[in-house]
Design a protein around this ligand. Structure first.
Ligand code: PMP
Length: 284
């Protein structure tokens, strides 16, 4: 298995980063994940634009930025993944200067650039049957719109979900659901589909954006307004949107079943529409 690290394609076991790396020391680092549908990089432009926006916000410059899609394609080809469903992971850190100092290193410090492509690891049974979620307080910072590798709050929340035999944890901030630990959240309440608006409180999910486009095409009204956590038990259906699962039905929130414990109708319509959208891109 070859990965890309700092200008070279090399076996994963030989890919090493320095103990001085600012991604390791400070979490001074961004990441991105693109899904590959048999060699097609899904919404690559939108994912790379989000990464570009993050680099700009962190004031990081990456010489090979324009080659990232090509590097991803090369990894798919050399690792014999062109016929597989995959995820391509990109991570960029502010390099490995010495000594350790909080402020930015010298301008000429090269960033660390890592790219790896792997088979998609997602249980498709979840798409059919739906998943349980729990709610947890949103203790994260106010720049959740940046896809940084500072994921400790997300890790702890997701572990709590795992221990409760749930798939995902929904963050609740000031009484409103923001998003999941690694997904965006949609719910139908009082007959209207809701999702949190784009703001520093959520990651602007690429899947979320595709779902909104599909809603528009299907003439499904969506309100980009946050849902109060107190409305969750009354939701008639709910789902998560995320790169690895597209549209993932939610059938239980904490101890309360949603849509009688089965994927809801709107959710299933969007799942089908998503499938068609991908199929059309793959030009069957
Ligand atoms: N929110 C968070 C916190 C995430 O980590 C993710 C997945 N990266 C998402 C939302 C969904 O984003 P996307 O649809 O781009 O995968």
């Amino acid at each position: 298995m070859l990965v890309y690290l700092n200008g070279k394609f090399l076996p994963r076991e030989q890919a090493m980063i320095s103990v001085n790396d600012r991604g390791f020391l400070f979490g001074d680092s961004l990441y991105e994940v693109i899904r590959g549908y048999r060699g097609l990089l899904f919404e690559a432009q939108a994912h790379l634009q989000r990464l570009q926006n993050g680099l700009h916000a962190l004031r990081l410059r990456v010489a090979e930025f324009d080659r990232l899609a090509e590097i991803a394609q090369h990894l798919l080809a050399t690792n014999d993944l062109l016929q597989e469903d995959t995820t391509i992971y990109f991570q960029i850190t502010r390099g490995a200067p010495f000594p350790r100092k909080h402020a930015f290193p010298a301008e000429d410090t090269p960033p660390t650039v890592y790219v790896t492509a792997n088979k998609l690891a997602f249980n498709p049974a979840y798409l059919e049957h739906g998943v349980a979620v729990i709610t947890v307080p949103d203790v994260r910072w106010n720049r959740c719109d940046l896809k940084t590798t500072n994921l400790l709050a997300n890790v702890l929340a997701n572990q709590q979900a795992h221990e409760a035999e749930a798939y995902e944890a929904l963050f609740v901030r000031e009484g409103f659901v923001t998003e999941g630990s690694h997904s965006n959240f949609f719910a139908v309440a009082n007959g209207t589909l809701h999702t949190h608006p784009i703001s520093p409180a959520i990651l602007p999910g690429i899947t979320r954006q595709v779902v909104l486009k599909l809603c528009h095409e299907l003439q499904l009204h969506v309100e980009e307004t946050p849902l109060a956590a107190t409305q969750l038990p009354e939701a008639s259906e709910a789902f998560l949107s995320l790169t690895s699962a597209e549209v993932l039905p939610v059938i239980k929130v904490d101890d309360k079943k949603i849509s009688e414990g089965k994927p809801g109708e709107i959710t299933q319509r969007l799942q089908r529409a998503f499938g068609e959208y991908v199929k059309a891109l793959r030009k069957y």
